[in-house]
Design a protein around this ligand. Structure first.
Ligand code: C2O
Ligand code: CU
Ligand code: CU
Length: 488
């Protein structure tokens, strides 16, 4: 009887462990980190900065496996778009796939018709050319498809890239800023590979969050290292995973400076040794290295606040080595980080015209699944609103809103931690905590074209954990979202 019991327990433990991965300390970092190229652009007769993006299929070499993938202007991921505040940009998005998709500018403040959400589908073989004037602080944004019900698959196959905003007024000259040298995009994703090298798209057994990988890829490479040639390097870290929450830190527990989050730089650098990012979130960190060092960026098991069972099945116990920094024997000197960075104007809740509540539970928001034809909230242009957001269950969710960058007023009535002290467009929702956020909807009224808010765990989003809001002129009513599709 004792033997049988032991075998039973061992069997159960093995089953649990099949979803629990730890590659910490086991990786040989053998692939030079690819840096997404800066997208070339031209300036047209009207002074607009014009980019070309083509969604296409391809075969991508992740380093030790080659897989069928999707990418923009290449086989996997896309180039880094870069524009300055005040510039008008135009992106010619061509859909070279066999199915419809969209390109959404995550974190960008822009008219709803240019947003690339599920109402701006681009049919296979067709093009879409959104244009807008960049008007927001220097920041690390990104772009990815947003076809309703298909976002998880399209992003997982490789459609994603960074969009950097430059703005001298909200930037700091003394931060490392040589792209690809000491200012480096770090796009982190988890993948699962089949025996033939292709990506596995199925969710692991018992996953409540959809796709979870057991292999980390950074900028499309497994086991990557970055040659560092100066004593200070800035990493623009993006969690572009479908579901996985990362808690980044260094294997030797060294401190780094958190200098920026989703929508721009923080008021000051914060010394810390961990930064947690849920899907869609970004962190700009600055790391000091000494000659010859090889510090390893790692993801530790995140504290997701979910119950033990949920965490076990949804990646909460996993540790991964992410990226090795290889400092040269001689390092270029860089200026010390300034004590203060930018001065973020604070939005005042006393000025709020509206307070709304959003409760997350069971892939529903306020009890409703996403309906392309239903407007869930009508916001008046030129007003400030407070949104109270809460997840009511022990499963991980996060909250992303289009069009605006918001500020977190408080979390369960308490002042937010440094990571939530600046402009944000995506926040992790610890179960049963109330996040009070505030945003100003300054312009871009369009009663017929909604923006989205949703859980950025893409399986949940596809399952309908998403709602729609429109921005209207004072006194105007919400229109109809045009039957769901707007083939521009
Ligand atoms: Cu990153 Cu609505 O998306
Ligand atoms: Cu977005
Ligand atoms: Cu969710």
């Amino acid at each position: 009887v004792v033997l049988l019991c032991a075998a039973g327990v061992a069997g159960v433990a093995w089953m649990f462990n099949s979803t629990t991965v730890s590659t910490a300390g086991k990786i040989d970092f053998v692939h030079a980190l690819p840096v997404p190229p800066l997208a070339p652009s031209t300036v047209d007769a009207q002074g607009r900065r014009v980019f070309e993006l083509r969604a296409q299929t391809g075969r991508h070499d992740f380093g030790d496996r080659t897989a069928d993938t999707w990418g923009f202007n290449g086989a996997y991921l896309g180039p880094t778009l870069r524009a300055a505040r005040g510039e008008q940009v135009l992106v010619n998005v061509h859909n070279g796939l066999d199915e419809e998709t969209t390109v959404h500018w995550h974190g960008m403040h822009l008219p709803a018709r240019m947003d690339g959400g599920p109402h701006q589908m681009v049919p296979a073989g067709r093009s879409w050319s959104p244009t807008w004037t960049v008007d927001q602080p220097a920041s690390t944004l990104w772009y990815h498809p947003h076809p309703h019900g298909e976002t998880a698959a399209h992003v997982y196959r490789g459609l994603a890239g960074m969009f950097l905003i430059d703005d001298p007024a909200t930037s700091v000259a003394d931060l490392p800023n040589r792209y690809g040298v000491d200012d480096v995009p770090v796009i982190v994703q988890d993948k699962r590979f089949a025996g033939n090298g292709n990506l596995k798209e199925g969710a692991p057994l018992f996953s409540g969050v959809g796709l979870l990988g057991d292999t980390i890829v950074v900028n499309g490479a497994t086991a990557p290292y970055l040659d560092v040639t100066s004593e200070r390097v800035r990493l623009r870290v993006l969690n572009a995973s479908n579901a996985r929450v990362f808690d980044f830190g260094f294997a030797d527990d060294r401190e780094f400076a958190l200098v920026g989050t989703d929508g721009g730089l923080l008021d000051q650098p914060y010394r810390m040794n961990r930064v947690m990012l849920s899907p869609g979130e970004r962190a700009e960190i600055v790391v000091d290295v000494r000659p010859g060092e090889r510090p390893v960026l790692r993801s530790y098991p995140p504290d997701m606040g979910a119950d033990a069972w949920q965490e076990r099945f949804n990646g909460g116990e996993d540790t991964f080595d992410v990226l090795q920094l290889r400092a040269a024997d001689r390092l270029a000197e860089r200026p010390e980080l300034p004590a203060t960075l930018v001065d973020t104007p604070r939005l005042d809740p006393a000025q709020a015209a509206q307070t709304r509540s959003f409760t997350f539970s069971g892939t529903r928001i306020n009890g409703d699944a996403m309906d392309m034809d239903r407007i869930d909230a009508t916001v008046t242009k030129g007003t400030t609103e407070v949104w109270e957001v809460r997840s009511q269950e022990a499963l991980q969710h996060n909250f992303h809103v289009h069009d605006v960058q918001f500020q977190v007023l408080d979390v369960d009535g308490r002042q937010p931690p440094p990571q939530l002290s600046g402009w944000k467009d995506t926040i992790y929702l610890y179960p049963n905590r109330q996040y009070r956020i505030i945003a100003r909807f300054a312009d871009h009224a369009d009663p017929d074209t909604p923006y989205m808010y949703h859980c950025h765990i893409l399986f949940h989003e596809d399952e309908g954990m998403m709602g729609q809001f429109v921005v209207v002129e004072p006194g105007q009513r919400a229109g109809t979202p045009g039957g769901g599709h707007d083939h521009g």
